[in-house]
Design a protein around this ligand. Structure first.
Ligand code: HEM
Length: 454
């Protein structure tokens, strides 16, 4: 049954593309001299149509600013998130959250190793990192945390449901929904994706709605002890019964809370093997040297992270841009209203710019590409994108990734089970997920008292 609907989805999708392609070719032929270039292998129209249903069903009917078009609503919401959650001073104030969560997670890994006589443990590192980043995010956003060891408590179950639903939502954000191309087909719900989106949205709303109610109740009884989390800040900033651009306050808060914790990529996952061959961070001589050094060399660590985000940018496509006036890009005339999507993944592997583009070679960022940074100023390397819509969480994401990776390498020797290569196949989803989990064997390398965080 599922296969049938998947086939139907593919069929209708292909049909839509076929019709759309005929349409764009006809237009391109009639305007050959001025038309924007069509990259070979490009799928016409799909690029800028996807995410419509995602914004509607998973983004609280477009209240999520990350999916909102450029304009006053996007500007106000982005400003609030940046100032209240992601500025350097706010991040400095909240650094105890990052530091303690990393320490708890390292302690958990050490505990796993001590359960085994050989003092080693086989761990799915992507799950470990996902858990860590999820806890950091929900503590900053809602003052909650999720413990893998006590899955029975009520608040723990809620957080677990939220995590699962967000994972599902991220996956659904990356699938092709036929009704994004032909909206009148939505009733058919080919492939069942719209239903899955509605289900995921309901699960997310149940948890976020409950957390919001708890915050409201605390305010009503005047319980304002402790560091305010982001929901507190939003409640103080947006008055009750507040509507901004047709969105209700509560929906704005939930949509903004939901969009803020996308998990950053697992640095070790992505760094583990280039698609060109099965070398791993744990086995390349460069990385071995890095791991063995008592004091982690910051420059080398940053180079590893940079190379990881070059080969596996977790946002492989930037959001769509629309030309607000006629302009010229790369010698092509781009008429006003044209939509453009930058393919960061492809840019990062352009052989005209990068030597051995598919090779995992962090050293390049210590030599020939030493001046390339994350800030969106070097257009050949923009994992966080560039310009006004670039990722507002750049500093936060790098702080978490670098701290977690440094602490992991400092605390453990890493190898793969039976020295097997890591399978780096990429699956569907907006954040370029790995198909196979990253399993790594860990062996502690420090005295055990250095792993106790609690
Ligand atoms: C290594 C980690 C991350 C990378 C590489 C990354 C990359 C990106 C990229 C490429 C975009 C699209 C920008 C565009 O359309 O031009 C983006 C947008 C965004 N990111 Fe990130 N991101 C990361 C982590 C995070 C985290 C941890 C958060 C939240 C705390 C976050 C929040 C957002 C938001 C809200 C937007 C939408 C911005 C807007 O539309 O104005 N990102 N990110």
């Amino acid at each position: 049954m599922e296969t049938d609907s998947q086939l139907l989805a593919i069929f209708v999708g292909l049909l839509a593309l076929f019709v759309a392609y005929g349409f764009t070719r006809e237009r391109a032929n009639s305007k050959k001299s001025t038309g924007a270039p069509v990259p070979s292998g490009a799928w016409p129209l799909v690029g800028h149509l996807h995410l419509l249903r995602v914004g509607k069903y998973l983004g609280y009917d477009h209240a999520s600013f990350a999916l909102a078009p450029y304009g006053p609503y996007w500007r106000d919401m982005r400003k609030m998130v940046t100032v209240e959650l992601l500025t350097s001073s706010r991040l400095e104030k909240l650094k105890h959250v990052r530091a303690s969560e990393v320490e708890y997670s390292i302690e958990d890994l050490h505990l796993l190793c001590t359960k085994n006589e050989k003092l080693t443990a086989k761990v799915r590192l992507n799950e470990w990192f996902e858990h860590l980043t999820f806890n950091i995010s929900i503590r900053m956003l809602a003052g909650k945390r999720f413990s893998a060891n006590s899955s029975t408590s009520k608040s723990n179950l809620e957080a677990w449901h939220l995590r699962e639903a967000i994972k599902k939502a991220l996956y659904l954000s990356g699938v092709f929904v036929a009704s994004d191309a032909i909206p009148s087909l939505e009733w058919l719900d080919v492939g069942g994706f719209v239903k899955s989106m509605k289900d995921a949205a309901k699960d997310i709303d149940t948890v976020l709605g409950k957390w919001l109610d708890e915050h409201l109740q605390k305010r009503m009884v005047g319980d304002t002890d402790g560091e305010p989390d982001f929901i507190d800040v939003m409640l103080s900033t947006l008055p009750q019964d507040h509507f901004t651009f047709r969105h209700k306050r509560d929906n704005i808060i939930k949509a903004t809370t939901m969009v803020s914790p996308p998990p950053p990529p697992t640095p070790v996952t992505a760094a583990s093997a280039p698609s060109g061959g099965p070398k791993k961070i744990v086995t390349t001589p460069f990385a071995k040297k890095l791991a063995k050094q008592h004091k982690v060399i910051i420059n080398s660590l940053v180079a590893v992270v940079k190379e990881t985000l070059r080969l596996y940018p977790p946002g492989p496509l930037a959001g769509p841009r629309e030309a607000i006036e006629d302009c010229c890009i790369g010698g092509y005339h781009v008429p006003k209203g044209t939509r453009l999507i930058v393919n960061l993944w492809k840019l990062h592997r352009d052989s005209r710019i990068w030597s051995d583009p598919d090779e995992f070679r962090p050293e390049r960022f210590l030599s020939e590409n030493a001046n390339v940074n994350f800030r969106g100023q070097n257009y050949e390397y923009i994992p966080f994108s560039s310009g006004r819509r670039m990722c507002p969480a750049l500093t936060f994401a790098l702080q978490v990734i670098q701290l977690a990776l440094a602490r992991l390498l400092q605390g453990f020797d890493l190898s793969t089970p039976m020295g097997m290569p890591v399978d780096m196949s990429e699956g569907l989803g907006i954040a370029l997920p790995k198909v196979k989990p990253l399993e790594v064997v860990l062996a502690p390398r420090l005295p055990s008292e250095l792993y106790h965080a609690r």
